[in-house]
Write a protein that binds this ligand. Structure first.
Ligand code: NDP
Length: 288
């Protein structure tokens, strides 16, 4: 029987999720239909689309910009959340919690929200054999993507974490909020600074800003160096990666993170664990 999935966003035409999930389904040997779902940018429309989708027999939904926080609010009020979604304050994966079904009919608490973005990033870096245990890590950016990756990084065993942001105040507010929400994060004592004050040697530097979209460049200190450099953006030449690559660092863009987070969503929905390296190879070939 065909299982139905959507990715809901605004805009949504550019989304690569249908292509990625159909590659996964082929690998898993199951029949799926996964489509892009445009939605007007307001909470009422989002809730109406999601309710209609699940009432119509839909199995799972991915949530992208600008609805991740709305999905979080919705699950918090009328459903349940994974630890990662709770800490991230954002949901990228929705499914029905079958424990909360009464006679097969969804009722309060039935919708379950997860966030696989952060673990998708970790899985990608591990697949590249980047050493995370004890690593001194700097994250640049303090928006939703940075927020979602902090707990998974700590759980992966990294050492000292520094969060640098254009607006220092926003970085401080984020670290305070996360430390209040989660004891593991509190005990990690994350440092904060402005981007231009981020300096010295790190094992891993992650760009979690949206600057790649603007054509601007980050005000990086000349003494800032890293062995492994990750940019969450993908699909274009990234000045951030070029800067560190020229200094001999190993670099990666965020396409593998996109595939990694999708693989975890797919597993939550279908129970099938994806061979991400194999799926990535197919997807990279399809891109050429
Ligand atoms: P947000 O809008 O929540 O946050 C944007 C961040 O970028 C803020 O820290 C902001 O700083 C910073 N920023 C924006 N413009 C500039 C600039 N000109 N100079 C310095 N800093 C700047 O975005 P998200 O956190 O949701 O997304 C961040 C990036 O991560 C995006 O590029 C997104 O595509 C990518 N991403 C990739 C994923 C993947 O699977 N590969 C998954 C999720 C996200 P300030 O606070 O000062 O405004």
């Amino acid at each position: 029987m065909t299982q139905h999935f959507i990715v809901i966003g605004n805009p949504i035409a550019h989304s690569q999720s249908p292509k990625i999930h159909h590659v996964f389904a082929q690998q898993a040997g199951i029949d799926i239909h996964y489509q892009r779902q445009f939605c007007p940018d307001n909470a009422e429309s989002f809730m109406a689309v999601i309710e209609a989708f699940f009432k119509g027999g839909g199995v799972g939904a991915n949530v992208t910009v600008p609805f991740k926080q709305i999905a979080y609010d919705y699950c918090q009020a009328q459903g349940s959340l994974s630890e990662h979604a709770n800490v991230a304050g954002a949901v990228n994966t929705l499914l029905l919690n079958t424990d909360a079904l009464k006679n097969g009919v969804p009722h309060a608490k039935a919708l379950y929200g997860d966030n696989t973005d952060g673990q998708g990033l970790i899985n990608h870096m591990l697949s590249l054999s980047w050493p995370l245990t004890g690593a001194r890590v700097a994250i640049i950016g303090a928006g939703g993507a940075a927020r979602g990756v902090i707990l998974p990084l700590i759980q992966a065993g990294v050492g000292q974490l520094t969060l640098a942001n254009r607006s220092l105040n926003r970085a401080e507010i984020l670290v305070d909020a996360l430390s209040n929400a989660n004891q593991t994060i509190k005990e990690h004592a994350i440092k904060t600074c402005a981007i231009s004050d981020l300096t010295g040697q790190f094992d891993l530097i992650i760009n979690a800003t949206s600057i790649g979209l603007s054509g601007e460049t980050l005000p990086l200190d000349d003494e800032l160096n890293g062995n492994y450099i990750y940019d969450m953006m993908y699909g274009r030449t990234l000045p951030f990666l070029q800067h560190f690559s020229a200094r001999g660092a190993q670099v990666s863009d965020g396409y593998g993170m996109l595939i990694g987070q999708a693989a975890l969503s797919f597993e939550r929905w279908t129970g099938h664990r994806i061979d991400v390296a194999k799926a990535s190879q197919t997807l990279y070939q399809m891109q050429k």
